[in-house]
Design a protein around this ligand. Structure first.
Ligand code: 13P
Length: 281
């Protein structure tokens, strides 16, 4: 089963009316926590890392670890390179064995975004891997280092982008943003519905942290099949460690490690239940 491509996971989710969680990880403990949750619930999953995170988690080290974890998993796991900024790192991810990549050109003019995404799709195909693109602009930035304004997807432009690039998954901007929202966002379900009616690809929702369970479910019913979760995992791990210290549960290094794994595990479990992917492995 183990390491799989992203496209078939998402096609199955599209047919089954659920979403696959795409969990950002930055160390072995997060990988172990997510894999524990998906194995226990028999869920398909995607583990991912974004290029902006590589200063803390070098791709040459975390990448092989992610691929090995997927290969050892009892459920299908795709390994995705999220928000790629450079062809150099995308190529490195593919060389390491990632089964899916994204080059994020969402901040560029349409033609430029379509051109570099189509090139990335071709590169990924040479490795037998899949490709995600983004049209419109999701707010914030993956690691919170930039405050990019939300620019909602134009459905007709999404169709043109899809036709020009042939991406396997298309990320849309419907009022969602990366990081913690000050208050739950008012998502543009109308834009999502119109886009899903036009584009025959699985759609991706970035900025999953802080979206209400009922909004996730509505997004899934309207055509979202991949949901990216990053900040919630990082927060859950930090909180788990903090509580363990407060409860004097940490007596040594391995208790600390257990608390980290547990934080990632509980966050993944919570989202798997909302996304409806339990038992779909
Ligand atoms: P959050 O940090 O808001 O969960 O967003 C994650 C994401 O979209 C990664 O691409």
């Amino acid at each position: 089963m183990p390491l799989v491509n992203m496209a078939p996971l998402l096609q199955k989710a599209r047919e089954g009316g659920y979403a696959v969680g795409s969990f950002s990880v930055s160390n072995m403990e997060m990988v172990l926590g997510v894999i524990k949750a998906v194995e226990e619930t028999k869920s398909p999953a995607i583990i991912q890392i974004a290029e902006v995170r590589l200063n803390h988690s070098p791709l040459e080290i975390i990448g092989p670890l992610m691929v090995a974890a997927a290969k050892n998993s009892s459920v299908p796991v795709a390994v995705h390179f999220d928000h790629g900024k450079t062809t150099e790192k995308i190529k490195l991810a593919l060389d390491i064995g990632f089964t899916s990549v994204m080059l994020d050109g969402s901040h560029l003019p349409f033609e430029e975004n379509a051109r570099i995404t189509a090139e990335t799709k071709k590169l990924a195909a040479q490795y037998g891997a899949d490709c995600e693109g983004e049209i419109g602009c999701v707010g914030g930035s993956e690691d919170g280092s930039e405050d990019i304004a939300i620019n909602c997807t134009l459905p007709a432009q999404a169709l043109e982008f899809y036709n020009q690039t042939g991406v396997d998954a298309l990320a849309v901007a419907i009022g969602n943003a990366h990081g913690n929202y000050k208050q739950a966002p008012k998502l543009r379900f109308d834009i999502l519905e119109e886009t899903a009616n036009l584009v025959r690809a699985p759609l991706v929702l970035h900025g999953g942290t802080g979206i209400l369970p009922e909004d996730f479910k509505k997004c899934i019913s309207l055509g979202i099949n991949k949901i990216n979760i990053a900040t919630a995992t990082f927060d859950s791990v930090e909180q788990s460690v903090r509580s363990a210290y407060e409860n004097s549960a940490i007596k040594g290094y391995y208790d600390l490690q257990t608390a980290e794994v547990d934080g990632a595990y509980r966050n993944a479990l919570k989202h798997i239940e909302i996304f409806g992917c339990a038992g779909k492995a």
